[in-house]
Ligand binder design. Structure first.
Ligand SMILES: Nc1nc2c(ncn2[C@@H]2O[C@H](COP(=O)(O)OP(=O)(O)OP(=O)(O)O)[C@@H](O)[C@H]2O)c(=O)[nH]1
Length: 338
């Protein structure tokens, strides 16, 4: 994480446009606040990738929020699998070509959001060339800066690939579950059955009950019981181990994969209501230093302020003491003078 941020900041001065890739299924949770501090006010294009897996209704509220809070930051919704809207990225980057003779783009984002896939899509669409970056279903495939790759001839546009940058510790357990179910955390670090339980909760909350018939749940009725679901899934896919027992881990892995492939439907797991988006943008402004408000949510910021305040108080007290001491020292002389 620290290495990733360091690599980004080292290359930043050679970059004309930062292309920040986010996962459209978790448009708020796939943002790394530390990254805001590093990239700050550099020209940026925000990409909501994997839009083919996200709820289509979330596009408009997100666009409205961008127009309201950061009107100079363009935002695009892409799918690297279908190369949809990829040309729009090149078209936007090309607008920077005057006066810059060739444009350097840097692709950044959390693990597994599709950075490498985007590089390959851009090359396919821009210069008709094949794979330049390795992709993978598990996070952390992009490890080092691959170098620069040309994605358009005229005007010349180059790309730098960077490793995914992950928040070191996501304090909010729901946020970390969202990142995990969308593939942002390596599966062996997150419990599959817990992830499936969360997906089940989200499906039920949305009354998305198709799973009941697909996996032949008893009486095709929705359930909150993860065991019941996993037993039905295991039976349906024939996940049986020695002795005829059902393999619930295999069932959980299967269900998770179905969700990630969009087979259970298109879902956006973050709240994109106007109020939630206002809060999100306000927080981001605090991180990248474009807000005049005090950073209440960051205890470090408060303690630093308090530290300064205390230092000021201590200095004043010191001055007062010196003053009093000086006054006391002067007193006898004054008396002498009398
Ligand atoms: N459905 C869908 N899948 C995508 C899309 N973009 C990428 N993927 C898949 O998501 C997975 C991760 O893609 P990568 O391009 O390797 O992601 P990355 O951000 O480079 O990942 P790291 O190397 O972990 O940083 C792969 O299985 C891709 O096929 C998309 O737009 N839609």
């Amino acid at each position: 994480m620290a290495k990733g941020l360091r690599l980004i900041s080292e290359r930043l001065n050679t970059v004309d446009l930062v292309v920040e890739v986010r996962d459209a299924r978790i448009p708020l949770s796939s943002v790394n606040p530390n990254f805001e501090k590093v990239v700050g006010r550099k020209p940026r294009l925000v990409i909501y990738n994997k839009f083919d897996l996200a709820c289509p209704n979330t596009k408009q509220p997100l666009m409205d929020a961008f127009a309201k809070h950061t009107p100079h930051t363009p935002v695009l919704f892409t799918s690297c699998l279908k190369d949809s809207n990829i040309r729009d990225i090149l078209t936007y980057a090309a607008t920077l070509a005057d006066p810059i003779p060739h444009i350097n783009l840097m692709i950044v984002g959390m693990p597994n959001v599709g950075k490498s896939s985007l590089i390959n899509s851009l090359r396919r669409v821009g210069v008709g060339k094949g794979k330049a970056a390795q992709t993978g279903a598990q996070p952390g495939v992009t490890r080092t800066v691959v170098g620069t790759v040309k994605v358009l001839e005229d005007p010349a546009i180059y790309l730098i690939d960077t490793p995914g940058v992950m928040v070191p510790h996501i304090a909010d357990p729901i946020k970390s579950l969202k990142v995990a179910v969308t593939g942002g955390i390596r599966d062996h670090l997150a419990n599959e059955q817990v992830m499936v339980d969360y997906i089940l909760y989200e499906l039920n909350r949305r009354h998305a009950y198709d799973y009941c018939s697909w996996y032949r749940l008893p009486d095709q009725q929705p359930t909150n019981d993860i065991d019941l679901l996993l037993h039905s899934v295991a039976r349906r896919i024939g996940a049986v181990v020695k002795g005829g027992h059902l393999d619930l881990t295999m069932a959980a892995k299967f269900f998770l994969k179905q969700f990630r492939l969009g087979k259970l439907g298109r879902y956006t797991l973050d709240d994109v209501s106007p109020a939630a988006l206002d809060t999100f943008f306000d927080q981001m402004k605090l991180y990248n230093g474009t807000s005049s408000r005090v950073k209440q949510s960051d205890p470090m910021a408060i303690s630093r302020r308090q530290e300064k305040k205390l230092a000021k108080l201590a200095w004043r007290k010191e001055q007062q003491k010196k003053h009093q001491l000086g006054a006391r020292r002067l007193q006898p002389a004054d008396t002498d003078d009398e």
